[in-house]
Structure formats: structure tokens, C-alpha cells
Design a protein around this ligand. Structure first.
Ligand SMILES: CC(C)(COP(=O)(O)OP(=O)(O)OC[C@H]1O[C@@H](n2cnc3c(N)ncnc32)[C@H](O)[C@@H]1OP(=O)(O)O)[C@@H](O)C(=O)NCCC(=O)NCCS
Length: 163
């Protein structure tokens, strides 16, 4: 995504004009403290990062971290996880851009569907074409992820989208 956005970010002191999703994927075990902090601030799981096969994409403007999303391939699908946008940068399309980028990456890897769990953003994902799915219908690979089996509460909505 290359998207023009004008906003003021806390601490940067000036307007930020260009938001870019960095196309180079970052391995879960290599996420720096700034990225882990953004997840923790949004109550998103971090406990499994050292052993997760997920890779992450970030959105930045003028070097400032605005958001990230993770994609954890499992079988012929992937778990979309760890979507977070910095509070000061919300409502500008960055979350949507990150999801779209992750979907394109999954499709390029010949994955057939993207799955996710959410307690906070069901309507956001529904607007992007995700549909609810009973947990019992989760493919084995997705059901075996730490997010699915232990880290996300049972009350999380389980959703998917065919690519
Ligand atoms: C959910 C989140 C990633 C959205 O990021 P964002 O950059 O603000 O999203 P966008 O600007 O692309 O929003 C697109 C639309 O979704 C709506 N939206 C944003 N967050 C939403 C939410 N949590 N629930 C429902 N709708 C939401 C926006 O209002 C906007 O609607 P509009 O097009 O009618 O104006 C961001 O709010 C966030 O980081 N939340 C905390 C962490 C979280 O809940 N992550 C999801 C875990 S699975």
C-alpha cells in the first residue's frame, strides 16, 4: 500500500505525508521491542512470538511505526493475527491496508483462505469480507495455533475469508 495521509502523530511534532506498508516480512522471533510493545498495548498475544512461524508486515510514515499485521501460514490457509494500528493513526485506512497487504501475500503464497480470531474488531473484518465460522470447522493447522488453542479467549469470534 502506498497511501497519502496527512495526520499529526504524538511526539513527531509535524505532519506525516506518506504511509507505506513495508513489503519485507519480519519473522516473529525478530520483532523488535517497538513492535512487541504495540501488540502488548493493544492486549494482543505476544507469548508465542519466539516460537511462532508467523511473519509480519509493518506500516510506517517517515520511519514512525503506525501499525503491523502478522500472517501465520498453516496448511493451505493462514491465520491473520496481531493487527494493530497506533491509536493516533487510526481511521486513516491503515488497518484496511495492512489486511489487504496480508491477503495479497497469502494469495501469492498460494494459500486459499485467511482465518482470524477477534474480540474487538468483528465488524471491521466483516466489512472486509470475513465471515463467521464455527470453531469446530477450523482446519487442523489453524486449530493447532497457539492463538486458537490457548491465547485467544473462547469468546473470540472466529472468522475466515476465501482468497
Ligand atoms: C482494528 C484496527 C486495526 C483498525 O485500524 P484502522 O487503521 O483504524 O482501520 P481503518 O482506518 O482501515 O478503518 C476502516 C473502517 O473500519 C472501522 N473500524 C475501525 N476499527 C473498528 C473496530 N474495532 N470495529 C468496527 N469497525 C472498526 C472504521 O471506523 C472504518 O470505517 P469507515 O470506513 O466506515 O470509516 C485498530 O482500531 C486497532 O488497532 N485496534 C486495536 C487492536 C485490535 O482490535 N486489533 C484487531 C485484533 S484481531
Amino acid at each position: 500500500m502506498r497511501r497519502r495521509a496527512v495526520m499529526s502523530l504524538c511526539g513527531t511534532g509535524g505532519p506525516v505525508r506518506r504511509v507505506e506498508v513495508m513489503t519485507a516480512a519480519i519473522a516473529a522471533e525478530s520483532l523488535g521491542p517497538e513492535l512487541v510493545r504495540l501488540l502488548a498495548e493493544n492486549q494482543l498475544p505476544t507469548a508465542d512470538l519466539p516460537v511462532s512461524p508467523a511473519h509480519f508486515f509493518t506500516a510506517r510514515a517517515d520511519g514512525h511505526l503506525l501499525g503491523l499485521v502478522g500472517l501465520e501460514p498453516r496448511g493451505d490457509g493462514a491465520l491473520l493475527r496481531s493487527l494493530a494500528v497506533a491509536r493516533a493513526a487510526r481511521g486513516l485506512g491503515i488497518g484496511t491496508g495492512l489486511v489487504r497487504h496480508a491477503e495479497r501475500a497469502a494469495a501469492s503464497a498460494n494459500l486459499r483462505a485467511v482465518y482470524l480470531l477477534t474480540t474487538t474488531a468483528g465488524e471491521f473484518f466483516a466489512a472486509l469480507g470475513y465471515e463467521p465460522l464455527p470453531r469446530s470447522d477450523a482446519p487442523t493447522g489453524i486449530a493447532s495455533t497457539a492463538e486458537f488453542s490457548s491465547l485467544c479467549p473462547d469468546t473470540s469470534a472466529f472468522m475466515y475469508k476465501k482468497l
